[in-house]
Design a protein around this ligand. Structure first.
Ligand code: GLN
Length: 285
């Protein structure tokens, strides 16, 4: 079958669910990933055909897209902060909001003296996207990353190798951690923060396919991870160090109060590109 004919069929099959624009962008993403062909190749060689086995692969992807399985999981990869990451159903798909948090950290460090060695800890690393993009862009940093999930850590380790950075990965339940055992200059975390009461706002592709372990917290204790991490940071963040969080957009004020009630100063709350309270930074001075 000519690829161009298959293209029409594929886009038609997904348009009612995703809209034509997104259906078309899926088509070209898969074309590049599975066939190593770009849009321009198809334009220049309109008679290119799919083999029987290629059609089988495409049909299977199409069926899974109809079930709203995220395209990133189907392709097994995504891009974050300009880097390639392998993803699967054991890790959250990196979000653009998180790129903003990483960008905030990198830009704050760029204005500081480079010779100084930095120790960074990422708590709840998942795919490793935060830890790895920091390691890649802050060459003077020694990066550590914790996660409770062995499977997530295996993916994060692959991503570190793929991006040629060294990270010390630690399998650990942060809620049961009494002490971080060393001092860090930057502690960063994007922990689970979606309340069960917000489940109805969450799209089916996220709710049914992304790991709940990485997403949800109980309604009556939504800040459980932040309280614990801030508490550990009080003991293990260096005097001039900084603590960064990605947060639930509805809990910005509660987060400020939580940190104000501890030793933290200069508490900054930032909005993401969508205008939602999404990131925080604080330290001891
Ligand atoms: N921002 C994610 C979402 O949209 C949630 C990430 C998290 O819980 N840390 O679902």
């Amino acid at each position: 079958m000519k690829i161009k004919e298959y293209r029409t069929q594929f886009i038609e099959a997904l348009t009612s669910m995703y809209g034509e624009g997104e259906a078309e962008s899926f088509f070209y993403l898969i074309l590049e990933e599975k066939q190593q062909l770009k849009r321009i190749d198809l334009a220049l060689q309109p008679d290119l055909v799919f083999s029987e086995s290629a059609i089988e692969v495409w049909n299977s992807i199409l069926e899974q897209l109809k079930l709203e399985i995220p395209i990133q999981y189907l392709l097994g990869k995504t891009s974050f902060y300009g880097l390639d990451f392998e993803v699967n159903e054991n890790v959250l798909i990196p979000r653009p909001e998180t790129e903003e948090l990483v960008d905030w950290i990198i830009n704050s460090q760029k204005s500081k003296i480079k010779s100084q060695n930095l120790r960074i800890l990422d708590i709840g690393t998942g795919s490793g996207c935060i830890a790895i993009s920091l390691a890649k862009n802050l060459p003077n940093a020694e990066v550590f990353a914790i996660d409770i999930s062995e499977k997530a850590l295996a993916t994060a380790q692959k991503n570190a190798t793929l991006n040629e950075v060294n990270i010390t990965f630690i399998e650990q339940n942060i809620l049961e951690t009494l002490d971080l055992k060393q001092e860090f200059d930057i502690i960063v975390s994007n922990p689970p923060y979606v309340r069960n009461l917000e489940k109805e706002e969450i799209k089916k592709n996220v709710l049914e396919h992304e790991p709940h372990l990485a997403l949800f917290v109980e309604d009556n204790d939504a800040l459980i991870f932040y309280r614990k991490i801030a508490d550990l940071a009080q003991k293990n963040l260096s005097n001039s160090g900084q603590l960064y969080f990605e947060i639930n957009q509805y809990l910005g004020q509660e987060m400020v109060e939580l940190l104000e009630g501890m030793d933290f100063k200069n508490i900054e709350l930032r909005k993401d590109i969508y205008g939602n309270d999404r990131m925080m930074r604080t330290g001891f001075r």
